[in-house]
Design a protein around this ligand. Structure first.
Ligand code: CP
Length: 335
């Protein structure tokens, strides 16, 4: 495997093989599988789970990793092309990225969306410019529109609980958050659930529709897998018979890049905090998923997060297992 960038680059059979491998490595550890291998980790955006789970994954497989981020004691990092570097930054990404990549056998890169232009973010302009600087295998640890490691872990989490594929209902719900967050998780989660063959409903207020190209990509995946994709702002209809509610906040697409416009619109929807009444029409054992971090009492009520519906902790642990499978395939574990 030369790249793990987008679930769309893999067949369902290949995804299921990765999930099976993740389960096997959990039950039957292989602490020497990647002995002597090194993973470079470049975080241009913050993290807890991705940072910790990649390091844990490499250690469990017998390899090593190192982390570089702008918050560390490194020279100031410049990313603008063609800039005259007479300011604070002493190092350009054009040298830093290939140098970091050259120390490892593979590199993981995280660079969130700039959230200035929807066109630039949809085109993955920043992530592509970083990947163009390297020739080692790479893993997308979250870019403008993709979070494939999260998607693989989420798919595994549903498989672990025998959540139905065909006929299973997945509600991807917008939730209130005080800040305008990226589209990477909602866009790629929608795709994941559609590709898994589920009946997916995007529940969101007006002004928070996902981009048409994202909806179309998911609909094509659903058609191929026997699922479906719809969207609505009607919570009762969306939650009817749901197996999963996956909550996430995201930027307004109507006011993308317009902080004030987005803020004004989102503040009309403070009540979009997932709580027990949301589940009135859902399946009795409908589960709550979230990629984390999550704001308690803002995105979701404590009683949901702390109660039996929540599967956010096994979901987060599956990040490590899913990434062990990716690294094993990418860096040449035995089988
Ligand atoms: N879900 C996720 O990617 O978490 P972090 O941002 O903490 O890595």
């Amino acid at each position: 495997m030369k790249a793990f960038n987008d679930l769309a680059d893999f067949s369902n059979e290949e995804i299921l093989a990765l999930i099976e491998l993740a389960g096997r490595l959990d039950k039957h550890p292989e602490p020497e599988a990647l002995k002597g291998k090194v993973l470079s980790l470049l975080f241009l955006s913050p993290s807890l789970r991705t940072l910790a789970s990649f390091q844990a994954a490499m250690t469990r497989l017998g390899g090593g990793s190192f982390v570089i981020s702008p918050e560390m004691s490194i020279h100031g990092l410049e990313s603008r092309p063609g800039i005259v570097m007479d300011g604070a930054a002493a190092e350009h990404i054009r040298e830093a990225v290939p140098v970091i990549a050259s120390y490892g056998d593979a590199i993981g890169i995280r660079a969130f969306a700039e959230r200035k232009s929807i066109e630039a973010d949809m085109a993955e302009t920043e992530f592509s410019s970083l990947i163009d600087l390297i020739d080692t295998p790479y893993i997308n640890m979250e870019s403008a529109m993709n979070h494939p490691c999260q998607n693989l872990a989420d798919w595994k989490t549903m498989d672990d609980l025998s959540i139905p594929t065909n006929g299973g209902k997945f509600v991807l719900s917008w939730a209130y958050h005080p800040r305008a967050l990226p589209l990477a998780v909602p866009a790629s989660t929608l795709y994941m659930a559609a590709k898994r063959g589920m009946d997916v409903t995007v529940l969101r207020p007006d002004g928070f529709e996902l981009p048409e190209a994202i909806m179309q990509k998911a609909k094509l995946a659903a058609n191929a897998s026997g699922g479906s994709v719809t969207e609505t702002d009607d919570r009762d209809a969306a939650m009817q018979g749901a197996d999963i509610i996956y909550a996430k906040s995201w930027s307004s697409t109507r006011y993308y890049g317009d902080k004030n416009g987005d803020q004004k619109l989102r503040e009309e929807h403070l009540a979009w905090c997932v709580d027990e009444p949301w589940f009135a029409n859902a399946k009795k054992d409908c589960r709550f998923m979230h990629c984390l971090p999550v704001r308690r009492g803002v995105v979701v009520a404590d009683n949901i997060l702390d109660g039996p519906r929540s599967i956010v902790i096994p979901e987060a642990r599956n990040r490590m297992l899913a990434q062990m499978a990716i690294l094993y395939q990418m860096l040449g574990g035995d089988s």
